[in-house]
Design a protein around this ligand. Sequence first.
Ligand code: ATP
Length: 682
Amino acid sequence: MYLKSIELSGFKSFAKKNAFEFNSSISAIVGPNGSGKSNVAEAFRFVLGEQSIKSMRGKRGEDLIWNGATSEPRSNRASVKVVFDNSQKIFDIDFPEVTIERVVHRDGLNEYLINGSTVRLKDILELLARAHIGASGHHIISQGEADKILNANPKDRKSMVEDALGLKLYQYKRLESERKLSKTFENISQVEALRKEIAPHLKFLKKQVEKIEKTESERQELVTMAKEYFAAEDFYISFNRVAILDERKPVDRALEKLSKESEEAKKVIELESGLSVARKHKDELTREMGKIEGLLIAEEKIIENEKRLIASDEFKTVRLKEVENLLEEVSVMQVITEIIGRLKDFITERKRQTDSKLITESEARIIELKKQIEDIEKSLKKATEKELEIGEAEKAVFRIMSEENGLISELNLLKAREERLNLEEREFKRELEEVGHLVGPEVLRFKSVENKATSREIQEERKRNIQKLKIRLEDSSIAGMEEVTKEYKDTSERDEFLARELLDLDQSAKTLAELIKELETRLSLEFASGLESINKSFEKLFTIMFGGGDASLILVKDSSKRSNPEEDLEGEAEEMEEGLDIKISLPKKKIRGLMMLSGGERALTSIALIFAISQVNPPPFIILDETDAALDESNSKKYGDMIESLSKVSQLLLITHNRETMSRAGVIYGVTMGRAGVSSLL
Ligand code: ATP
């Protein structure tokens, strides 16, 4: 026995708390009309999660709450609590007893509890479905509902059978999966639309980023290349500056030395003017000496002549006689007397001079001249010596000048090199600034690169390559690189996320489709085998009830009850919905269809079918509200037999006025209603 008790409090006519204990496999509730018996069956529907108020004979939730009477004020809430034994684990919950409670408030608010903990309706329905219990299930046959299964259309009948077979859980799962699948397809198209939307932007950003990456790699390449170039250039400039300085030092020293030498030599050369004076003087003296020597010779000749004249009287007489003869010739003339006198004076003087005085003067003169010549020769000798010295000095000056010229041209070369180096350094600094501006300060750390001598050809080659790269970089620079890169990163991450999402969605769509297929297979297999078992029992029970005949449920295709008629217009081939038809034949009677049965026959047929269905997959309990109302005495007995056999598989709660039925019950609850309209138990 699974059903232990039910407690009603403020529910419909049960204004106060009333509890029914079900410790027998068959319990009966009896009482006069309108005492509240059916309210108990509805209390079961209510607590098991029924959402249709109409099926509980109400319009709103508050219709289920005790409405009040003069002696008993109305309740604000109705609650029903049902207790199950779970020692055999009919519920998938780890408690030996399961209490399910539902409360409805006047504002229509519902509360659901499992073992005192608030839960969702869904949790209750799932828990019950596993135990083949449903709110509006087949196991609660309300008053007048006995032939509901006979009156139902094939599709609804099939649904009732599926419910009874415990296939609702699979159907619920299938519906849930289909709903999820359709939601998944919706999501797939949404995600695809989103991806489509961002695709062109992403493509554009990708191109930009590729450009940026290329630029960045070129920038890096330029940094590396420039650092090598600048390191080598820096080395070259420093090295050459030191080299030029080193080379200049000896040249400067040599020039300084030459300058001193030159000064000295020039001082000597300045004496050259004195030398030319000496030379002139020497020439004059030489000429003078020649003249003097001539004079000397002449003087000596005179002296010699004079000496000879003096020594020779004849010569002296002749000459004087000549003068005397001349005087005798001119004496005649008066005028000449004076001349004669003067001549006589001359002759006297001449006679006086022709002595040794003349000779002495000449000789003195000669001595003087000789002395002068000697002095001149001395001066000349000195001048000649000086001339040699000056010559040497002049030679030295020439040598110095030529050496100086050599050194100066060497110095000029060095200066030219220095100047070129200065130019190169300025160029180096300019390039460094330019490249630094283009690629950032990283390049300024070129000293981190190993310094080594590099040929100018290689440097030129590097310079050209740097130039080319610089132009490329300047051309390919993109505004707002960081923003573009970040946007690309964000967008591609979003796209990747969407792609993953799409994969996941595809995968879950696949899984759901497989699950649906699996559930459908299972449903159809279990339904087929369940139907077979139902038909066996139905046939058997029907034969017992009617003492013969045939009865079976037949699977039919029904297109008349389309839930969505538009599908028919769209569908290429009309999809038929499956349903169940009831086929019966009574012994000794020719009847065609259920419509031709009497009320009692209908009741027996439906009871046989309900019992057959219940026996295949027995629910823990069955409630039958006056299903026996239309039975005559003999059929009541048959009904009672069937109840007893059914009670072996399911606990039964019978609401009845039938004494035969009452006699089969282990416990009978009497329900009465006092003047206040309050139901109470006996
Ligand atoms: P029968 O034997 O004729 O089928 P019954 O014993 O099954 O009768 P119920 O149909 O269960 O009787 O009870 C109906 C009674 O419950 C009515 O008298 C009705 O007034 C009362 N009732 C229904 N709803 C409420 C409510 N919300 N508050 C008070 N009484 C209510």
